[in-house]
Every structure is written in C-alpha cells, then in structure tokens.
Design a protein around this ligand. Structure first.
Ligand code: RP5
Length: 169
C-alpha cells in the first residue's frame, strides 16, 4: 500500500449530498487523514457500489463513510460487501426531514453492522472514522486528545463570558 492511498473512502449517493458531506472532508483534512470522495448510488449505480466496496480493503482503505438520503441503502449495501468498518451518514434530503434516511441506515439486520451518526452528522462521521484509525496510530490519538481539550477550553471561555455578563445583575 502506498502512503498516498486514501485511508477513508467517503461515498455519497448523489452530488446533492455534497454540502453536508463536505463537512466530513473538512474534518479529515484538519487531522491530516487522507480520503477519497466518490458519488456512487446503491440504486442508480449498484454495480459500482459492489465494485467499490469489494475492493476497498485491497485498495488500502481502512474505513468507509457512506452518506445518503431518502431510502438510504448505500451504507448497508457497502457493508454487505466489505469487512471494513462502515459509518452511515443519513442526510436530510427529503420531505421527511431525514428521518427516513436515519431509519434506513440504522436498522441493519444482525451480521451487517453500520455505525450510524445523526442526520447530517458529517462532523461526527469524520471524527468516528479518525477514532477508528487512531486505535493503531498514536499520533492521531494525540490529536484527538488535543481536540477534546480544545473543546473543553472553548466551553470554559463561553462560561466565563456568560458569568461576566449575568453574575452582577
Ligand atoms: C439518495 O437520494 C441520495 O443520497 C440523495 O440524498 C437523495 C436524492 O438524490 P438526488 O435526486 O438529489 O440525486 O440516493
């Protein structure tokens, strides 16, 4: 496997998912994790979905993020063809506000798990992918520890600001 091969395969069902999925790419980029972006539909291009998932491991990927809306079968179909961990990202792309996607992604039968994040939860999809990779990468683990520390510090800053604004009223 060459170092330039992407570790995370990001797949979306349609280019209409991109505004959400781009947020996952942003997080991976911030952590210096390589990824590929792909449009593959479980319904419109099922043969490509099969080929991509079947070869993902061989192609050096370690985890897949699969985003789709409506009757969102992409993550489940991908998970059927690989033993790599698959993170399902349900997108809010229909009149049902994404609840349809969420239920389609999360309700997998025994044997084919898909780790499902919130509707439009692209940031957490990326962070979960990074956490999976960090199990075998101490540098990445350090970055995650720092990320959490920074978040805690942000909360402290907001808390101090709030107290300054309201404590003496
Ligand atoms: C799903 O259908 C896609 O993932 C997208 O969220 C939704 C609508 O797709 P388009 O009709 O916008 O291509 O398969």
């Amino acid at each position: 496997m060459s170092a330039s091969e992407p570790l995370v395969g990001i797949v979306m069902g349609s280019d209409s998912d991109l505004p959400i999925v781009a947020k996952a790419a942003e997080v991976l980029k911030k952590f210096g994790v390589s990824y590929s972006m792909n449009i593959i539909s479980a319904h419109r291009s099922p043969n490509k979905a099969h080929d991509f998932a079947s070869n993902a491991d061989k192609n050096g990927m370690k985890v897949l993020i699969c985003a789709a809306g409506k009757a969102a079968h992409l993550a489940g179909v991908m998970a059927a063809y690989t033993v790599l961990p698959v993170i399902g990202l349900p997108t809010k792309s229909s009149t049902l506000d994404g609840l349809d996607s969420l239920l389609s992604v999360v309700q997998m039968p025994n044997g084919i798990p898909v780790a499902t994040v919130a509707i439009d939860g692209a940031v957490n999809a990326a962070l979960l992918a990074i956490q999976i990779l960090a199990v075998g990468d101490s540098e990445l683990k350090e970055q995650l520890i720092q990320y959490k520390a920074d978040m805690a510090e942000e909360v402290e800053i907001k808390d101090a600001k709030l107290k300054k604004e309201f404590d003496n009223e």
